[in-house]
Design a protein around this ligand. Structure first.
Ligand code: ADP
Length: 454
């Protein structure tokens, strides 16, 4: 086992990794920007190193600064959390060259998964169902038009290097294609410094279903029960749950078997998530792999009892899957997560600032992952996630009832948060009936607007 791990992240996920390390008896090193001097991850780590100014390009994303901090403090491994450098294969490579274990997949696997059209081809080759689409990057609008004609409209143009829902364009008819192709290329180029786009069939009103995986270094791949993440705004997840109300045991087992084989074939190690879309016939189609721990991992932990972050650290240190899991993975009850963001619940405008009063809910079946405390400042420089509220129940109805009361008891003063929005979602009859897809939030917001005008 490692003696000391550096956490190349901030906020709730840095704290989450510190918790796992403490339980494993591993010492921790926090890195922080000047804006995060008073953060809890700095306070609870055994050591802390300031790596630069508030701007993440000059601190959390600055590879030489992070590596220097790791070398000064003599760590054995780096946990990248999510976001920042977590899916940067060059960073993983620099870690290995510096004799520091990167807690994540091997650089070449991360690189393959990061190019979404290539990941798609690799998964299809290993027998995982993918949507009809282009064979790699599209060279011209003419090629895109020909391909779209073969597949049939609507289609979606997606950035090869994409993430966070950017660089995507839905194309409903041939006349729109050339214009949207140029837009997608431009957005992709600006956001990911690669204008490459590919195309796949657009699924109307899909459900977003994903599978957590964890692989050791000996070819053993565990596929966990699915999470459903259809509660999204502008392709960004707001809430997640597990298991999905729509996935049957038969489908779960079928996908798990194909993923075990496919991930073994690409040499996958450590944690990751394989994302799918479910069409109206209830079939699942691969869309992408996130080669890191995800924000929504706690719902899986709640229903399986497996600590996934400890699993990542153990796997990276060379433990075998049977030692990591200690028994078969089973589903116990139901878990739901609400992402509590510092934002206006009506306009979604960011709402950074000082939290003047805070009450964090607790009690049976409630988990809160946060780095917030009363009188802390939510800086404007990073993402707006302030806390993750996760509830567990014997069934979905109990998890929802718990979420209801936990949201009511979650008090954050001084900034606006998405708590009121989540309360409205929990009270929605369609949500309660498990009757939703990725367009739920846009329908929901439109209905809310109409109601407020009456
Ligand atoms: P990103 O890497 O930017 O998150 P994804 O490929 O994971 O992009 O897609 C994000 C979201 O966009 C999905 O959850 C879904 O809502 C929507 N989406 C992506 N591909 C399709 C598709 N082929 N059809 C319909 N919706 C899609």
């Amino acid at each position: 086992m490692f003696k000391k791990v550096l956490i190349a992240n901030r906020g709730e996920i840095a704290l989450r990794v510190i918790c796992a390390c403490k339980e494993l008896g591993v010492r921790t090193v926090a890195v922080y920007s000047e804006a995060d001097r008073n953060s809890l991850h700095v306070r609870f780590a055994d050591e802390a190193v300031c790596i630069g100014p508030a701007k993440s390009a000059l601190s959390y994303l600055d590879i030489p600064s992070v590596i220097s901090a790791a070398e000064i403090t003599n760590v054995d491994a780096i946990h990248p959390g999510y976001g920042f450098l977590s899916e940067n294969a060059d960073f993983a490579e620099v870690c290995e060259l510096s004799n520091i274990r990167f807690i994540g997949p091997r650089p070449e696997v991360t690189r393959l998964m990061g190019v979404k059209d290539k990941a798609r081809t690799a998964m299809a080759a290993a027998g995982v169902p993918v949507l009809a689409g282009s064979d790699g990057v599209l060279k011209s609008p003419e090629e895109a038009e020909k391909m779209a004609g073969q597949i049939g409209y609507p289609v979606i143009l997606k950035a090869s290097a994409g993430g966070g829902g950017r660089g995507m364009r839905i194309v409903r008819e041939p006349a729109e294609l050339a214009g949207l192709f140029a837009q997608a290329q431009q957005e992709a180029g600006a956001a990911f410094s690669s204008p490459d786009v590919y195309l796949e069939k657009y699924v109307e009103a899909p459900r977003h279903i994903e599978f957590q995986v964890l692989a050791d270094q000996y070819g053993n791949v565990e596929v966990f029960p699915e999470r459903e993440c259809s509660i999204q705004r502008r392709h960004q997840k707001l809430g997640e749950e597990s298991p999905s109300p729509k996935v049957t045991a038969e489908l779960r087992a079928r996908v798990a078997a194909s993923l075990r084989e496919a991930l073994h074939a690409v040499g996958y190690t450590n944690a990751g998530t394989v994302e799918f879309l479910m069409d109206e016939n209830g079939e699942l189609y691969f869309i992408e792999v996130n080669a890191r721990i995800q924000v929504e991992h706690p719902v899986t932990e709640f229903i399986t009892g497996v600590d996934l972050v400890k699993g990542q650290i153990l796997a990276a240190s060379g433990a075998r899957m049977d030692e990591i899991l200690s028994g078969p993975v089973r589903i116990h009850g139901h878990a739901i997560e609400c992402r509590i963001n510092a934002e206006n619940p009506e306009t979604f405008a960011p709402s950074p600032g000082r939290i003047t009063a805070l009450n964090i809910p607790g009690g049976m079946g409630v988990r809160v992952d946060t780095a917030a405390y009363s009188d802390c400042v939510i800086p404007p420089y990073y993402d707006s996630l302030v806390a993750k509220l996760i509830t567990h129940g014997r069934d979905r109805a109990e998890a929802i009832a718990r979420m209801h009361r936990a949201l009511e008891m979650f008090v954050v003063e001084g900034i606006s948060t998405s708590i009121p929005l989540h309360q409205q979602i929990m009270a929605d009859p369609d949500f309660q009936a498990g009757n939703f897809d990725t367009n739920f939030i846009s329908r929901f917001l439109a209905a809310r607007e109409t109601a407020s005008k009456r």
